[in-house]
Design a protein around this ligand. Structure first.
Ligand SMILES: Cc1cc2nc3c(=O)[nH]c(=O)nc-3n(C[C@H](O)[C@H](O)[C@H](O)COP(=O)(O)OP(=O)(O)OC[C@H]3O[C@@H](n4cnc5c(N)ncnc54)[C@H](O)[C@@H]3O)c2cc1C
Length: 302
């Protein structure tokens, strides 16, 4: 596609419009999953809602597919597409906390590390992803599971309202009192209902927590998984944990011969009373395992 057609978009937005041939095109089209190698027609790094409205209108008027990127962590790479216009929110990552009303409003490019950092200052948090680099928008629109989900519900359960630019370029707010059907769709329906420019969440009193990670040789996975299932079902809701299969990470407490080898990992977090929670994740076990001193006192890890 002729790059000059984007000149009119450049005139309408404050953010950068990057097309093939621009020095940072390869960086602008990259997403978290390195196996995804798409070549969009242009990437627009939006700086404000006006840029989003202009971009949506431009894509529609020029029959371009539109892809939307928040944190860029979609496994299948839905935040980019060949020959599409990509709206990239990475430059909009502000989070405004309202401690009196226990709410927080996030711009669409914020990651969970950005969000946790902002709300922790007020001793507040909501359910986010277990990895800080995932995007608030993409994760919430898909549902969103995290350490706090057992007590406070999914990320989308805590979504109070969202500002959205619809396919016809209109700006609307979706909440319980306005466009409630759109809010219902956004709460887990993914990114197909419009371009979300900000999200307002309910936040909860969560300050310091205990967190830890335990790594087991893969041959113990069946035993670990059975124990995990039973233990979690009976554990207090303040305890959240995840079981995963990984390549052994190069962390100091894991012997070097296990680095890069298949291992079974359990990560957990206690968000209740700190004096009670010390033992919630500790269970005696005869299994061989490596672990950080279980229950490190910290705030929600970025
Ligand atoms: C390392 C890693 C850890 C993960 N951990 C968790 C976890 O703990 N819990 C969990 O629930 N999921 C987790 N996921 C999955 C993750 O929630 C999804 O991949 C999610 O789509 C990522 O959101 P993003 O904004 O980073 O991705 P992006 O690739 O930027 O966006 C993915 C899709 O979301 C939609 N979208 C994003 N922003 C907007 C917007 N502003 N308006 C409209 N639509 C939008 C679009 O359809 C977009 O294509 C993880 C993924 C990875 C790679």
């Amino acid at each position: 596609m002729n790059g000059t057609i984007f000149d009119s978009l450049r005139e309408q937005v404050r953010g950068q419009v990057i097309t093939p041939g621009d020095a940072d095109y390869d960086a602008a089209r990259a997403v978290h999953n390195g196996m995804i190698d798409k070549r969009p027609a242009a990437v627009v790094r939006v700086s404000q809602v006006a840029d989003v409205i202009a971009s949506v209108n431009f894509a529609r008027d020029n029959s371009l597919d539109l892809a939307v990127r928040g944190g860029g962590h979609s496994g299948p790479g839905f935040g980019t597409a060949d020959d599409a216009l990509v709206i990239d929110f990475a430059g909009t990552s502000g989070v405004r906390v309202d401690p009196a009303n226990r709410t927080a409003r996030s711009e669409a490019g914020a990651t969970w590390a950005d969000f946790n950092h902002a709300t922790h200052a007020f001793g507040l948090a909501t359910t986010g992803g277990i990895v800080g680099s995932t995007g608030v928008a993409g994760l919430t629109l898909g549902g969103g599971i995290g350490y706090l989900a057992r007590k406070y519900g999914l990320s989308c359960d805590n979504l109070l309202s969202a500002d959205v630019v619809t396919a016809d370029g209109k700006f609307v707010t979706a909440s319980e009192t306005e466009n409630d059907d759109l809010l219902w769709a956004l709460r887990g329906g993914g990114g197909n209902f419009g371009v979300v420019t900000s999200l307002e969440f309910r936040v909860h009193p969560v300050d310091m927590v205990h967190a830890g990670i335990v790594i087991y040789p893969l041959e113990h996975a069946e035993t670990v998984a059975k124990f995990y299932r039973g233990h979690l079902a009976a554990a207090p809701e303040e305890f959240g944990a995840f079981l995963a299969f990984h390549q052994g990470p190069p962390v100091p407490f894991l012997p070097e011969q296990w680095h890069g080898k298949p291992v079974c990992i359990v990560v957990g977090m206690w968000t209740g009373d700190l004096s009670e929670g010390r033992h919630a994740g500790s269970r005696s076990s005869t299994l061989h395992r490596w672990q950080v001193p279980w229950w490190v006192r910290c705030h929600i890890p970025p």
